[in-house]
Ligand binder design. Structure first.
Ligand SMILES: [Zn+2]
Length: 99
C-alpha cells in the first residue's frame, strides 16, 4: 500500500486490525505510525504484511516493488527460523470457567 511522504523518521508503530476489503488491500501504513491490518490474514501472509507495512514507515522513499522484494526476503528468512504468531485468545475460559 502506498504511503504519503512524511518527515517523521521514527514513527511510533501501532498495529490495529480492521476489515480492509473495501480498500482492496491487506494492510495500510499511515504516516503517523499507525498500521492497519485486515484481521482475516493469518500465518506467513500475516508476517509478510506486517513486515511490508513497517518497511513503508521506515523506508518511505522506497518503491512498492522494492518494499515487496525486501518484505518477502525477510518473511521467508524469519519463517524458516520458525517465527510464528502466538494466538492471543488461547486463555479464554471454557464454558465451565476453567482454562
Ligand atoms: Zn505497499
Amino acid at each position: 500500500m502506498k504511503l504519503k511522504l512524511h518527515d517523521r523518521v521514527d514513527p511510533k508503530i501501532r498495529i490495529k486490525y480492521r476489515k480492509l476489503g473495501k480498500e482492496r488491500v491487506w494492510g495500510i501504513a499511515h504516516s503517523d505510525g499507525l498500521i492497519e491490518i485486515d484481521p482475516s490474514i493469518k500465518g506467513k501472509k500475516h508476517l509478510e504484511i506486517i513486515i511490508h507495512e513497517i518497511l513503508h514507515l521506515l523506508w518511505f522513499e522506497a518503491s512498492e516493488e522494492e518494499i515487496e522484494r525486501k518484505s518477502i526476503i525477510l518473511t521467508k528468512a524469519l519463517w524458516k527460523e520458525n517465527y510464528r504468531r502466538v494466538e492471543i485468545n488461547e486463555d479464554l475460559p471454557l464454558q465451565d470457567g476453567t482454562i
